[in-house]
Every structure is written in C-alpha cells, then in structure tokens.
Write a protein that binds this ligand. Structure first.
Ligand code: BG6
Length: 471
C-alpha cells in the first residue's frame, strides 16, 4: 500500500459521547427518536445520556488510537452541540470542544477526517421544519457548515459532507430529520428527499471550498452492492435497479452535477414534479467540479430478486425500493444480526466505483458487530480479527491487482459505543468499554486482542495480517 495510506478508524459522536445536555448541547434526532429493532432482534436499547462517555474520555480514547499507530481518525461534529436548536447562534462551548480534539489529533500526528451530519440533526429542526424536506433546513445546515469550517480552517484537511446520505429515505427521520407527510407518496418522498439532501451536500461543498480552498471534500454513502439471487435476467434486472437507486444515485449526481436518466425516468413515469430551481441545479453542477474523493461504509453485500408475481413494471420497481424480504446469499455466513460477511464484495464495490467515477476512494467504515464479554480484563475477538484481515486482503487486491486509487481504510470502530439502534450489546471496537445495558459500571477502557493485531497491521502498512498475537 502507498506510504501515505490513511489507516485508522471511525466514530459517530452521537453514538459515543453521551453528555447529551452538557455545555449547551441541544437534543438531536438520535437522542429523541424511538429506534426500531433490527428484524429478529430482541429490543434492548440504551438511552444516549452517557453512551461511552467519550465526551469526558476523548483524550484517553485518542491516546489509545495513537498507541495503535493511527494515521487518521474520522469522527463527527454533533450538529446540536454547535447549533443547539439548529436555527440559533453557535454555541462556543461546542466549538471549543471539537477544536481541542482536532488540535490534539494534529499534535499526535493523526489526520482528522470530519463528518458534518451523522444522525445528529437538532431535534428542533425535525419537529419545527420537518428536517431536510424543508429547504430552510438546507440554509441552516449551510450556516452550520460555515461555522464549523471557519473555526477549523487549516486544521482539518478531510471533510465528509453527510454520513450515508443515500439512506435518507430508508430511515428518513434519523438520517435527514424528515417524517413523511400525510398525502405524500413513497415515490414522491424518494424523489424530493434525495433531491434536497443532494442540494444540502452541494451547498456544503461550496461553503467548504469557499472558506478553506485547501480542504478536501468527499461525499459519503452507505454501500452494499446487490447481487442477483439467481442468474436469470429478471433477477439481474432487479439487481441493476437496486444498485442504481441504492449505490449509484448519490455519487452519480455528486460527480456529474445532473440527475441521471434512470432517476428522471423514475420520476416522470410517475408524474412527479421535482422541486429543484435553476439556481439549485447550478449549485449541484458547481459542487461536482469540486468534489475530491468518494467515501463509503461497507459491512456486507446484499442479494435481491425479481418480484415475479408483480406484472406492472412501475409497481415492480416500487416493491424493490421498499423490499423487506431480507433475502440471504446462500454462500455467505452472517453475524448475530444477520449481516452477511463478504470480503470480496468490498473488492467488487471498489472496482465498480472506480470504473464508474474515476475518483479516489476512501473506505471510512468497515467492521463487525459482536456481543462480547470482558473476562479477566480481556476480550479475545478472533472473529473481528478474521473479519478485518479478510477485508483488508480484498482491499489490497483491489489496489494492487486491479489498480483502484484508494486513500485509506478506517475501521468501525476504535472503541465500543452504541450502535445506530442504540444497542451497547453490538460492539465493534478495538477497545472494550466497560458498561452494560443499564449498569454503567466504571466505563473503563480495555484493549481487546484486535487492538494489538491492528497495531501490527498499521506498523507493517498492511503487509502482516496474521493473527499470531500473544494476548
Ligand atoms: C453505519 C453508520 O450505518 O453503520 C454508523 O454510519 C453505524 O453510525 C454503523 O453505527 C454500524 O451500524 P449499526 O447499526 O450496527 O450500529
């Protein structure tokens, strides 16, 4: 791998910080929404008031990252810590908190990679304006981006405009603070919410490049390539449609500045008017010329199949968009939450994205959630080591054999914190955080076996992936 390859890991701060009302922070959608369990999972969700108490442990957590030899660390600046209500003035305590964190990372030689909206829209913007379905919220977001980037100018080189922007209609409330209004169809929501978040992304690119022209800006998607369940052309057509709408739409618009024919066609065939002014089209166009890289999370691949029983082609597409079948790939194993483990799916995705966009790529999340227990101060997480080793191997093949241009690999996650469904049971970290569901215990940090393994991987620039750690 190249010498300046960015090895490290990533955090979503709403899921880690806790201190949810400290120092002027406002409540955000992650704090207030009732999360639904993943299918088949017994609900056991924590509140967000303490999480992993990263708010008070951040230095110690970064010291552990430095000890692992991180070159980069991705974290998110919680929107409601900066603008507590979203439509109000900036909160100095919030800005100071992240500035100190960035300074400390730079001091340690760790490149900060900062996400600007990650499940953290101020709750007030959801309840009063209906989030990104309302264009006023795009203005508030642009203002927030300007506040943050002006403060951290010259200290942060890598920005991510919007975490998993392509999931905006999958979980509209958590991802974009929007609740589907009565009378708005699913297809209308799909068209307009995707349009609005893309405009928000483009406005962020514009602001970042204006405030700090040296900064590098990337778009970010939650990516899971779809494969056909069988080799019939019907299943392949279904797969093609899912990949367009789930994996390509956002990057297609971000990179070309225009809406692709398949999206325009989807909308026109349903008689849906899209609210996007000339000026907004122009913003999208301009932003596409200033996008430096494409970032994505990858945990698993997916499979899909035709809805053979549906004859009408538009209804078929709509059924595919809302598909709840959770079809399984018979060739893959999965974790306890049913997430299928497919390292070569990552190699495949890297190739598809690079062929399609010819832009540097950045893996900013990859990891496995496990239920774990501390035994004599240790966690033997060989399954995690095997997961990362296989994915890094596949990533190396994409770079060294296939010629993909890749900036870095950020694992999910450096230390344990709540899952997107607020579960502490589902742990991803290289460092164990000692807390239970209700019992907060002492929140002490313990190095898992994978901590030492990942340290070695970084030290050898990805050459030595063997699990021969004495622990
Ligand atoms: C991504 C998100 O969806 O996947 C993270 O960007 C999230 O915030 C991660 O935590 C893993 O998902 P989960 O549901 O297991 O936490």
């Amino acid at each position: 791998m190249r010498e300046d390859f960015l090895w490290g890991a990533a955090t979503s701060n709403v899921q880690a910080e806790g201190a949810y009302l400290s120092d002027g922070k406002g409540l955000n959608v992650y704090d207030t929404l009732v999360v639904t369990p993943e299918p088949g999972i017994e609900p056991q969700f924590c509140d967000t008031s303490v999480a992993s108490d990263h708010y008070h442990h951040w230095k110690e957590d970064i010291d552990l990252m430095a000890e692992m030899g991180f070159k980069a660390y991705r974290f998110s600046i919680v929107w409601s810590r900066i603008h507590p209500l979203g439509d109000d003035e900036a909160n100095e305590a919030g800005l100071k908190y992240y500035e100190e964190m960035v300074d400390y990372l730079n001091e340690k030689g760790i490149e900060p990679v900062v996400s600007l909206v990650h499940f953290d829209m101020p709750d007030h913007l959801m309840r009063t304006y209906n989030g990104f379905l309302n264009k006023k919220v795009i203005d508030f977001y642009a203002k927030h981006v300007e506040t943050v980037v002006s403060r951290l100018k010259g200290k942060v080189r890598y920005w991510l405009t919007y975490n998993e922007i392509n999931l905006c209609t999958h979980m509209p409330d958590l991802v974009s603070g929007a609740i589907q209004p009565d009378g708005m169809s699913d297809s209308q929501l799909f068209v307009q919410l995707n349009t609005n978040v893309l405009i928000a992304h483009a406005r962020a690119v514009e602001v970042i490049k204006k405030v700090d022209p040296q900064a590098k800006v990337g778009g970010m998607c939650g990516s899971s390539p779809y494969f056909p369940l069988t080799c019939t052309s019907e299943d392949n057509l279904a797969t093609h449609f899912k990949n367009q709408m789930h994996n390509y739409l956002m990057f297609d618009v971000m990179c070309s500045g225009t809406f692709p024919p398949y999206f325009e066609n989807y909308r026109k065939q349903r008689g849906i008017e899209m609210d996007c002014s000339e000026e907004e089209h122009e913003v999208l166009k301009k932003a596409s010329q200033h996008l430096d890289y494409l970032a994505f999370s990858y945990y698993q691949s997916s499979v899909t199949a035709d809805f053979a029983e549906i004859q009408d082609p538009l209804q078929k597409e709509d059924a595919l968009l809302k598909d709840q079948r959770r079809l399984k790939n018979p060739n893959l194993k999965a974790n306890a939450w049913g997430w299928q483990i497919d390292p070569n799916g990552l190699r495949y995705l890297l190739n598809v994205y690079y062929d399609r966009y010819h832009k540097p790529l950045f893996i900013v999340e990859n990891g496995i959630g496990r239920e774990e227990e501390l035994v004599d101060g240790k966690v033997v997480d060989d399954e995690r080591i095997a997961y990362h080793a296989a994915h890094i191997q596949a990533m190396k093949a994409a770079v060294e054999v296939d010629g993909v241009d890749l900036i870095g690999y950020l694992a999910w996650s450096p230390f344990d914190f709540l899952s997107s469904h607020k579960e502490i049971r589902k742990r991803y970290g290289f460092v164990y955080v000692n807390r239970g569901f209700e019992d907060l215990k002492d929140l002490k940090r313990y190095r898992k076996k994978s901590f030492w393994w990942y340290k070695k991987v970084i030290q050898t620039n990805g050459e030595d992936l063997k699990n021969n750690i004495e622990y």
